[in-house]
Design a protein around this ligand. Structure first.
Ligand SMILES: Nc1nc(=O)c2c([nH]1)NC[C@@H]1CN(c3ccc(C(=O)N[C@@H](CCC(=O)O)C(=O)O)cc3)CN21
Ligand SMILES: CC(C)C(=O)C(=O)O
Ligand SMILES: [Mg+2]
Length: 276
């Protein structure tokens, strides 16, 4: 269901971004730009700024709904925001998060992922590694491209004892490698790596064939993602080390979005100060 927003401006690219294109970008060393997005107007601005892919993240529980974790987010919330984003996304690849508690079995994961695909997502993101591989395989075999999210997995905040950097010990690093390889083997097309030492982000990326998207995982990942409210400086909560406010020195939101894309593409973001 196309909306009016798609017809109101020149798209930044002529062809839609696909999983194959992300793989080709990784092969060429072209950095992938990703931002979270929750509505059609911002999706349109992001496409014009040249953003490759948008994530309808369960971070919306924190930045839109005001919760202090992502746990209260419902599947219906992500479905609603995905449909809105899809109307403004144009050629961008739309990824949607499966929220906490919606993928306890591979069958439930498929049913819920299918709902998000029917709302307009092109790929589904789930948090997990080795333990999730069976579900990743089940979804990918049934036509649902999967992005796995490893490292700091916010849906496990209470298990992790807070939003803490992961992979700092040698056991932690070994676990991250095992998680990345397991989901790749199971058919994932993309991996988000959150809050790990930059050296580990590079090691895992080098070891994989598929692209990685880092958030607090160093500059050597195949691409970067930030929460939109963080990079525009409008989130009133904690500012993580990996966040850069792109509104600083930018005359408009559009300029800040363009500055983000440029900084990801030329490798100047993240800088050392944003890394663990
Ligand atoms: N606004 C916002 N931005 C995000 O990046 C984000 C969300 N919300 N909600 C979902 C998750 C939660 N995330 C978070 C939240 C907090 C930290 C944090 O406090 N990080 C500390 C690291 C502490 C340590 O050294 O272990 C930091 O200061 O960066 C990290 C990721 C990432 N995601
Ligand atoms: C922080 C990103 C990767 C995410 O999962 C979200 O926005 O929900
Ligand atoms: Mg998320």
């Amino acid at each position: 269901m196309a909306g009016y927003l798609q017809e109101t401006g020149a798209a930044a690219r002529s062809k839609p971004v696909t999983t194959h294109m992300l793989q080709a970008m990784r092969g060429k060393g072209d950095k992938i730009s990703m931002l979270t997005c929750y509505d059609a107007s911002f999706a349109t601005l992001m496409e014009r700024a040249g953003v490759d892919t948008v994530l309808v993240g369960d971070s919306l529980g924190m930045v839109c709904q005001g919760h202090n974790s992502t746990l209260p987010v419902a599947l219906a919330d992500i479905t609603y925001h995905t449909a809105s984003v899809a109307r403004g996304a144009g050629t961008m690849l739309v990824i949607a998060d499966l929220p906490f508690g919606t993928y306890p079995t591979r069958e439930e994961a498929f049913r819920n992922a299918a709902q998000l695909m029917q709302a307009g997502a092109h790929m589904i993101k789930l948090e997990g590694g080795v333990w999730l591989a069976d579900t990743v395989k089940f979804l990918t075999e049934r036509g649902i491209p999967v992005c796995a999210h490893i490292g700091l997995t916010p849906q496990s905040v209470h298990q992790l004892g807070g939003f803490r950097v992961q992979g700092k010990t040698s056991d932690g690093a070994t676990q991250l490698h095992a998680d990345a390889l397991a989901v790749q083997q199971a058919g994932a097309s993309l991996i988000v790596i959150e809050a790990v030492p930059a050296a580990l982000g590079k090691e895992v990326t080098d070891r994989l064939a598929i692209p990685t998207i880092g958030i607090g995982a160093g500059p050597e990942c195949s691409g970067q993602v930030l929460v939109m409210h963080d990079m525009l400086g409008v989130f009133p909560g904690h500012k993580s080390r990996f966040v850069r406010n792109f509104m600083e020195g930018a005359p408009s939101i559009e300029a800040a979005l363009k500055a983000y894309v440029a900084a990801v593409k030329d490798g100047s973001f993240p800088a050392q100060e944003h890394c663990f």
